[in-house]
Design a protein around this ligand. Structure first.
Ligand SMILES: Nc1nc2c(ncn2[C@@H]2O[C@H](COP(=O)(O)OP(=O)(O)OP(=O)(O)O)[C@@H](O)[C@H]2O)c(=O)[nH]1
Ligand SMILES: [Mg+2]
Length: 440
């Protein structure tokens, strides 16, 4: 049996566990590189036909064979663009470890973080922002974050950025064609260039606006329950969660510090926060501190539920933008135009959930889907386009204008990593891919 030689070169064949921990029933061990077939085939006797999952006996050379499903995806039409083989094996750290060790013994090298995705990028199978989308998809904690990451992976951002980059590139080429005879440039051309640049800059600036909206949408909104002591805030908090998370008692001032929990409302994840009851004067230092924290929570909330109980006289109605809720409706109703709920009978809870969903949803359909790195590059590109316009305005040499447009193009090209103007720096790539997990 010939054993392929292990190598540390970037061309070497790598192995990694593609499925996450904790263990599920199945783990996928992925091998990618020119030697993939030579390394794996002897362990499974024969590879199935390309892109078909087939059952094989997998021998790791240490005892009995294990039954595995094998998929063989010859390059370049594979995830990484190289020959890829996936082994679907029984999960479990020990079992998977033995299989990986057998593959390493045959010459595969353990993949580093993000190495599969990096290879996909280097072989032109993914652009940079799509690879970042995969990392964001894996890390996504909210459904808005997942939606945005999927759009990134689908290349939506890349297409828009490429369109702008190529428009700026065309303009630069036209301006450069005039470098030798600047005196022949017509005034009409200059004003047309300025107008085009103004539009391109506006496109990039509009992205910056929606980046912010996209970011807000990715974060979980905080819904803060506030009001006077004993209003039934903790009871409502528990009722919304469907479990007894916070202490409820007839003693006013029971909740001292805020308590938060995640809640799903119509497929949206929100953080609900129960706070200490607000009252003007208190001798109690702990309660005083708790009230300070309640105010901070109210200030940071996407939505405040201001609670006053049906068995007490109306107070101050809370902050102006709050959703006013009358609690303990099973005891009567004093504020007929408030939303009435009862933690005890469940009355009004459905309506309350619906209202929370409506006010939290807002930003979710944000059109832009980029991450912070994309925002920074787009912002630099917009700045360079603004400088180019200023240079044209004061009839500066066209070389300077062309230079600024080159900067803008370069910034945009860094978003997708398409190397129209030279490859993206190793520092950029290293930072991006090191944030991936191993096996991705
Ligand atoms: N009848 C009735 N009583 C309720 C309801 N919700 C809460 N209570 C009672 O009201 C009292 C206060 O409830 P909590 O939920 O602890 O009130 P809180 O607003 O969290 O109070 P603090 O933490 O002290 O600010 C308890 O005795 C609860 O049993 C309700 O919907 N109906
Ligand atoms: Mg409480």
């Amino acid at each position: 049996m010939t054993r392929p030689r292990a190598s540390q070169s970037p061309d070497s064949t790598i192995v990694g566990v593609a499925t996450g921990t904790p263990d599920g029933g199945v783990a996928i061990v992925r091998v990618s590189g020119a030697e993939a077939r030579a390394i794996v085939e002897p362990l499974v006797e024969s590879l199935p036909p390309p892109r078909m999952l087939a059952r094989r006996q997998l021998r790791d050379g240490q005892g009995a064979a294990e039954e595995a499903l094998v998929a063989w995806m010859p390059g370049p039409k594979s995830f990484t663009g190289e020959d890829v083989i996936e082994l679907h094996v029984h999960a479990g750290v020990r079992n998977v470890g033995r299989i990986v060790a057998a593959l390493q013994l045959r010459g595969a090298r353990a993949a580093g973080p993000g190495e599969f995705s990096r290879r996909a990028f280097e072989h032109g199978r993914l652009s940079l922002e799509q690879a970042e989308g995969i990392a964001a998809l894996i890390a996504g904690r909210t459904s808005a974050a997942i939606d945005q990451a999927r759009r990134l992976v689908a290349g939506e951002l890349g297409r828009e950025v490429e369109a702008l980059r190529s428009a700026v590139g065309d303009l630069r080429a036209e301006i450069e064609a005039n470098l030798d005879f600047p005196e022949d440039v017509a005034d009409g051309d200059v004003s047309r260039w300025r107008e085009e640049l103004r539009r391109h800059e506006a496109t990039a600036r509009a992205w910056l606006q929606s980046f912010a909206a996209g970011q807000r949408a990715r974060e979980r909104a905080r819904v803060v329950i506030a009001g006077p002591p004993n209003a039934g805030k903790s009871a409502l908090f528990n009722a919304l969660l469907g479990r007894s998370r916070a202490i409820v008692s007839p003693t006013p001032g029971t909740t001292r510090d805020y308590v938060e929990a995640e809640l799903q409302i119509d497929g949206l994840e929100v953080i609900v926060v129960d706070t200490a009851g607000l009252r003007g004067a208190t001798e109690d230092a702990i309660e005083h501190e708790g009230i300070g924290r309640s105010r901070e929570q109210i200030a940071g909330a996407k939505l405040v539920l201001w609670l006053e109980p049906a068995d007490a006289e109306p107070l101050d109605a809370g902050p102006p933008e709050a959703l006013r809720v009358e609690s303990k409706r099973d005891l009567g109703a004093r504020r007929p135009d408030w939303l009435g709920v009862s933690a005890q009978s469940g009355e009004g809870l459905e309506e309350l959930r619906a209202q929370i969903g409506r006010s939290v949803r807002g930003d979710e359909a944000a059109p832009w889907i980029g991450l912070a790195r994309h925002r920074d590059r787009a912002s630099e590109a917009a700045t360079a386009m603004a400088s180019a316009q200023a240079l044209l305005e004061r009839t500066a040499p066209l070389e300077l204008v062309a230079f600024e447009l080159g900067v803008a193009e370069r910034q945009l090209a860094e978003i997708t990593g398409r190397d129209t103007l030279g490859p993206v720096g190793e520092d950029v790539l290293g930072r991006i891919f090191s944030q991936f997990c191993i096996g991705k």
